[in-house]
Design a protein around this ligand. Structure first.
Ligand code: NAD
Length: 343
């Protein structure tokens, strides 16, 4: 029997999930929910979903989905994920997980209590090269890892929509919405070292620009998130991480990625070549990796649906989701307090 699936939120990402789920043989999308008048009905009509709802409780009672995809603004992630777990569904929650640490703990507690599976929408984890790199590092191929550089953002571009630029809905700006992807991937590849402290600064450049690029719905006066941030994280194993996020990057900036510095060399996200070092020479080591899936969102759902059916495991572990959330919360606390904070 196919896994009865519902999607919460019919915006950009909700629609992307609907498109991807239609290609997953083992899943059947039965309904979409969005409280905005007409949004769910329009997405349902365009993407071939049988039922559209503007009331979440009604959907849960009438459709009894086994799998729920939470693609609403982050303000609603915790309440909707917990409602889904309590109704017996498995959950894929979009990033960022939620608005603070207490909500994150509550999501994990609800999943454990219900005995349901949980994952998040982190498509970089579908990279087969990164999976091979994770294994290479776990086997000691880089020796002791002492530092990881993480960076990313957009070229002069806040995300489109009504929510991403408003902290009360989004939890944060470039760090919570964009860096969260590459931060999760870096922590996962490293084997999830325990974060201990974070020191960060946040800055908003948009409202200081004479001619700001605005492609979201609203004006500069509504913006309450950072568009630039730098953070330093210390881990319990003695290693560290630097994180740079920028939504208003110069056009020639390097896009998004991470590099891992180990005592034996350097590895870069997405690259099959690890640069091992002998004295001053670079000795390239090629990772053996399967080809990437054609569509990472389809692959993400296919893996999770298989896990729901008892074949394989959910991609994102609770400890990993919590580590990412603790670092993000630490970034905003540290920036607000102007000092290093424990996470
Ligand atoms: N994984 C990715 O690559 C990726 C990319 C973009 C967005 N996202 C994430 O997806 C989520 C949605 O972002 P988006 O870009 O689709 O935003 P969006 O602004 O395009 O759409 C948000 C939708 O949520 C609806 N909504 C409002 N309140 C709601 C509620 N209480 N319950 C359900 N829906 C509600 C809105 O009506 C709107 O249709 C966010 O968490 C975002 O960070 C992930």
């Amino acid at each position: 029997m196919k896994v009865r699936t519902a999607v919460f939120g019919a915006g950009l990402m909700g629609r992307e999930h609907l498109r991807a789920l239609a290609q997953v043989e083992a899943a059947e999308v039965v309904a979409v929910f969005d409280p905005a008048e007409g949004a769910a009905a329009k997405a349902a009509a365009e993407l071939g979903v049988p039922e559209a709802y503007t009331d979440l409780d009604e959907l849960m009672k009438a459709e009894e989905p086994e799998y729920v995809v939470v693609a609403s603004p982050p303000l609603f992630h915790a309440q909707q994920s917990i409602a889904a777990f309590e109704a017996g569904a498995h959950v894929l929650c979009e990033k960022p997980l939620c608005m603070d640490r207490a909500e994150a703990d509550a999501i994990v507690a609800a999943a454990k209590k219900a005995g349901r599976l949980f994952t998040m929408g982190f498509q970089i984890r579908q990279s087969r090269v990164d999976r091979a790199l994770k294994q290479f590092i776990a086997e000691g191929g880089l020796g002791q890892v002492y530092h990881t550089r993480v960076w990313g953002g957009h070229i002069m571009n806040y995300p489109w929509g009504r929510f991403h630029h408003r902290r009360e809905f989004s939890f944060g700006g470039v760090m919570a919405a964009t860096i969260v992807h590459i931060l999760d991937a870096a922590l996962w590849v490293l084997g999830c070292p325990e974060p201990v402290t974070v020191s960060a600064s946040c800055f908003r450049r948009l409202d200081k620009m004479p001619d700001p690029p605005i492609n979201f719905v609203g004006g500069v006066e509504e913006v309450t998130v950072e568009d630039f941030s730098h953070a330093h994280v210390r881990f319990a194993d003695g290693s560290s991480m630097s994180i740079d996020g920028n939504w208003l990057m110069h056009p020639t900036s390097r896009g998004m990625g991470f590099e891992v510095l180990g005592v034996l060399g350097v590895a870069k996200e997405g690259s099959a070549i690890v640069e091992l070092e002998r004295k001053s020479e670079i000795v390239p080591h090629e990772l053996a990796a399967d080809p990437d899936p054609q569509d990472r969102t389809v692959a993400e759902h296919a893996e999770f649906v298989a896990a729901i059916r008892g074949q394989g495991e959910a991609q994102v572990r609770f400890a990993e989701a919590l580590a990412v959330q603790r670092i993000l919360v630490g970034i905003y606390e540290s920036a607000a307090q102007g000092r290093e904070v424990r996470v």
